[in-house]
Design a protein around this ligand. Structure first.
Ligand SMILES: Cc1cc2nc3c(=O)[nH]c(=O)nc-3n(C[C@H](O)[C@H](O)[C@H](O)COP(=O)(O)O)c2cc1C
Length: 379
């Protein structure tokens, strides 16, 4: 299928699946354990009904949104994704450039396959930085200093990875650190020559911000210890709040009490997220967790929502249920997998045109006016 014939994010996903070796596709497409959470994230969006309202002048639709003192052209940004160059070579920079061009936020993952400095430059003033707190304090401090020097003003600390998620597809595909070429991997490389040649040209993807530290790693446990810590606590968040003078956002909140505690601690926002269903299989889909969180926060701090966004209507659904802003992870990543930089643009175009069309259909020409009155059933 040609890129311009891709009608939906799912079309882009299927195109990406045909171009990328199985082990690399599954790395992004997969979820934790039974993948129940991954499936439920999108299903739960579909269950939220909006009642169309007609005879309103919708000749001009305004998707502009302000958050953290900055105006953006649309109410969604790119979620932080680690090691994305393994999915498609050059994916990180393609997406950062897309976000700068389309004037939406780009969240640079601390586990990205491109350095935070290069991503800050590509995203221009639209870059936010996502931090994983390391079990080594000096690693965390180093990242904070670099993020500040690179000009990031928004830092998003991820709370929902006390341990790496168990992803059955990656185990079945025998993904290992250090990377080993198994017969299955070799077969995937041969069957996908465009991907393989592009990867050869770009060089082996790595976790660029920690490249030196990880060179010494001989096991996945070593890598995990550098990247994340099971010891990230409320006290550590409090220290981080004192340490980081810019906007601080906590990513991975699902419980209203945790959301309120973030607000009390002086955080500027939260991301209601289940990591796109990659951490656990048993939790709630984010769109179901959102109403109780929005009620408990009652506007005190900003609410961003991610996990499962595949349609423009999902962004409107999230706003109707109390989110101020959204992030898309796989939706934009599938675009890059389907067609590099042009594919990323196509994914953005699909989501934003669907968003504009939905706002017209529900008779709400300004995104900022979307509210609970559009819901067919109140939560
Ligand atoms: C392959 C992959 C890698 C990810 N890496 C990170 C990461 O490094 N840091 C982080 O906070 N979240 C990470 N996430 C979670 C995303 O930021 C986001 O929460 C999730 O993708 C949203 O769900 P969606 O893909 O259904 O939109 C990752 C997600 C995927 C799919």
């Amino acid at each position: 299928m040609r890129l311009d014939r891709a009608a939906s994010i799912e079309d882009l996903r299927l195109r990406a699946r045909r171009r990328i070796p199985r082990f690399a596709f599954d790395l992004v497409d997969g979820g934790a354990e039974s993948e129940r959470n991954l499936r439920r994230n999108s299903e739960a969006f579909e269950e939220v009904q909006l009642t169309p309202r007609y005879m309103v002048d919708v000749s001009k639709i305004d998707t502009g949104t302000e958050i953290f003192g900055q105006s953006f052209a649309a109410p969604f940004g790119m979620a932080p994704i680690g090691m994305l160059n393994a999915f498609w070579p050059g994916a990180d920079l393609a997406l950062a450039r897309l976000c700068a061009a389309e004037d939406i936020p780009y969240v640079a993952s601390s586990a990205a396959s491109t350095t935070l400095e290069a991503l800050a430059e590509a995203a221009q003033s639209n870059g936010w930085f996502q931090l994983y707190v390391s079990s080594d304090e000096s690693v965390t401090e180093g990242l904070i200093l670099r993020a500040k020097a690179a000009g990031y003003e928004v830092m998003m600390v991820t709370a929902d990875v006390p341990a790496a998620g168990k992803r059955d597809r990656d185990i079945r595909n025998q993904l290992s650190v250090p990377f080993r070429i198994t017969p299955e991997v070799l077969a995937g490389l041969v069957a996908n020559p465009v991907w393989s040649l592009a990867t050869l040209r770009h060089g082996k993807p790595n976790i660029a911000n920690y490249a030196d530290l990880l060179q010494a790693a001989t096991s996945y446990a070593d890598v995990q210890k550098t990247l994340i810590t099971p010891g990230f606590t409320w006290e550590a968040l409090e220290r981080l709040r004192d340490r980081w003078k810019g906007k601080l956002v906590v990513k991975g909140i699902l419980h209203p009490d945790d959301a309120v505690r973030c607000a009390e601690m002086g955080c500027d926002g939260i991301v209601v997220s289940n990591h796109g269903g990659r951490q656990v299989a048993f939790g709630p889909p984010t769109i179901e967790a959102l109403p109780a969180i929005a009620k408990a926060l009652s506007g005190r701090i900003k609410i961003i929502l991610d996990s499962g966004i595949r349609r423009g209507a999902d962004i409107v659904r999230a706003k109707a249920l109390g989110a101020d802003f959204t992030l898309a992870g796989r939706a934009l990543a599938f675009g890059v997998g389907a067609g590099g930089e042009a594919g990323a643009r196509r994914a953005f175009e699909i989501l934003s045109l669907e968003l504009v069309r939905t706002l017209g259909q529900v008779g709400t020409p300004s995104f900022s006016e979307v509210g609970p009155s559009l819901l067919s059933r109140q939560p």
